[in-house]
Design a protein around this ligand. Sequence first.
Ligand code: MV4
Length: 456
Amino acid sequence: MGRKIRKILIANRGEIACRIIWTCKEMGIKTVAVHSEADKDALHVRFADEAVCIGPAPSAQSYLNIPAIISAAEITNVDAIHPGYGFLAESEVFAKVCEDCNIKFIGPRPEVIKIMGDKVEARNTMKSAGVPILPGSSDPVKSIEEATEIARKIGFPIIIKAAAGGGGRGMRIVRKEEELKSSLELAQSEARAAFKNDAVYIEKYIERPRHIEIQVLADEHGNVVHLGERECSIQRRHQKLLEEAPSPVVTPELREEMGRVAVKACKEIGYSSAGTFEFLLDEDGSFYFMEMNTRIQVEHPVTEMVTLIDIVRNQINIAEGEKLAFEQKDIQLFGHSIECRINAEDPENFTPSPGKITGLNIPGGPGVRVDTAIYSGYVVPPYYDSMIAKLIVHARSRELAIARMRRALEAMVVEGIKTTIPLHLKIMNDERFQSGNFSTKFMEEFSNNKVAGKSF
Ligand code: MV4
């Protein structure tokens, strides 16, 4: 069938590059790190068997530099490339170039990446596959007349989204018909500026949704399983702050239904590798497709903790052409897991706080996992994402997981730079968070309730 992978190039940096190397080591697979000039002292470079410098600090010249990465792959004679998340992970072009160079891209086929990258096409594809979608447009909206017709049909409020968007960029909520024209024009020009593509579409707007996503694994033989959901509602400006599995509001029946829909859709589109279906969950328990992510995600560890399944190992086995080693009935959820994203940021205003880590304590003990690439003396560079660590806990219940996270956060010390650790401690101590009764509006309401608007 496929061929055994003996050596993998990791086209990424930071904690996810280290995370992928950990599993490769466990599988007896050799690893090649690539790095920018700014990352010569990075941990992923030291952990890998080989390392290749692929360009200057700015990602456009290094981690996004396809010719440099392919050259590194050719020189080191790797069988496969793992793209991690971000950078080239959802580049249809990169996946195709890998394929053309006879290097296995660890992810789905380029055609599938392309479909999911166009949010209008993704919506239509999912609708055909029987996935519930919100009422809205099935083509990009070209004129105010067209927009008015759709908006009247579905009723206000509506939301205008960029077809090339995702992650919340270039969205506009419209509550009244009078605002439709200006909002449409603004959304189109924002989309053009951000994505060089002004195509936008319309959906019915849900006021207080939860963001619930379903993790899937699909092999190249049509076998598909889901690994349950992740609760991702706690975010600020479309950046997730913490995630948990399972969601405190998803019942076994709802999980089975969301999972069934996701598995069916994967089979219909011929999906392979790990993937994630993002859903909006309404207060009445209805769920609607939002986007599909065709990569390993930042928050994958909470799913790994509650299923005891190594998602990266499965991505590699799938890329080798192997069949999934388990069926849906073999997958069980154990206990509860929470992940806090620790960012090098001032928690008062979320501005980046790069610099030298002068002192460090990484927490441990029962049920604690830390995915990170920092060390004492490491200098956090200003060029990349500000996430420096993921603190993940696992316990028998949500209540115990919160208690465990609190003590792990208290034990985690990162000196020399500012981090979001104090913010996470405040969230753990928040009654609303503890109750599990929250929506994507949690952070806005959380900040508003603090004296002077920002006591964290
Ligand atoms: C929505 C929505 C309400 N109704 N779509 C934000 C990110 C992008 N993927 C889509 N997003 C939303 N789409 C409809 N029809 C609310 C959001 C949204 C949101 C979604 C998930 C997590 C956090 C969010 C924060 C604000 C808005």
